[in-house]
Ligand binder design. Sequence first.
Ligand SMILES: Cc1cc2nc3c(=O)[nH]c(=O)nc-3n(C[C@H](O)[C@H](O)[C@H](O)COP(=O)(O)O)c2cc1C
Length: 209
Amino acid sequence: MNQENQLQNRIPVIDKEVSWDKTQVIMSKTNAFGIIEYANETFVDVSGYEDYELMGQPHNIIRHPDMPKVIFKVLWENLKSGKNFHAIVKNLAKSGRYYWVITDFEIAKDENGVIVNYFGRRQSVPQEVITQHIIPLYKKLLQIEAASGVEFSEKYLIGFLEEKKRTYVEYIKELIYEHEKGQSKFSQYVAAEEEEEEERGFFRRLFNR
Ligand SMILES: Cc1cc2nc3c(=O)[nH]c(=O)nc-3n(C[C@H](O)[C@H](O)[C@H](O)COP(=O)(O)O)c2cc1C
């Protein structure tokens, strides 16, 4: 276990949410190994760390113990192969409080195609999606990991998604999309318009880029 993990584990977890401006985007930049090189003001505000405490630290400084390992396994498999990945993540602030986000990544490569930096952007996730769908799934994955390891939480996740005939990203996209549709005053209009919206377009709109 490295120093940062020890630091992370020393934070007493508090079952309370960080109060933050959910219209903001939480952004960070890392090197190819996930070491933080830059964090925007919102990242600093929400995580509760000072800039000097974040720079040079591994990104797992904000890892929450309620997060199943398998989600990060899939996230890193995608990032290392140069692919964006949208994950719903519970993060741990310095105060011990939590904040839920959905991720969006950009990957910077050098002239030889070698990954040099990752840019991570995070937005808030509707509470209903978290409470009704993500918490029960992650709880199950965590229990499986504790009992039988990540090999089997991954198998469970694969089975869960196979049953739904979705990838993880398709599944969370649908959860957020269905929630948005239910919220919209013009739901029929939005539904018709967005029925054609592809996954890439959906997340581009969500992240305003
Ligand atoms: C650009 C970037 C952003 C990341 N953002 C987060 C994040 O918000 N929360 C998080 O727990 N892990 C994030 N990670 C993943 C961490 O590097 C790490 O894999 C994760 O915290 C799990 O810790 P572990 O790999 O030590 O098990 C990010 C990685 C990259 C490259």
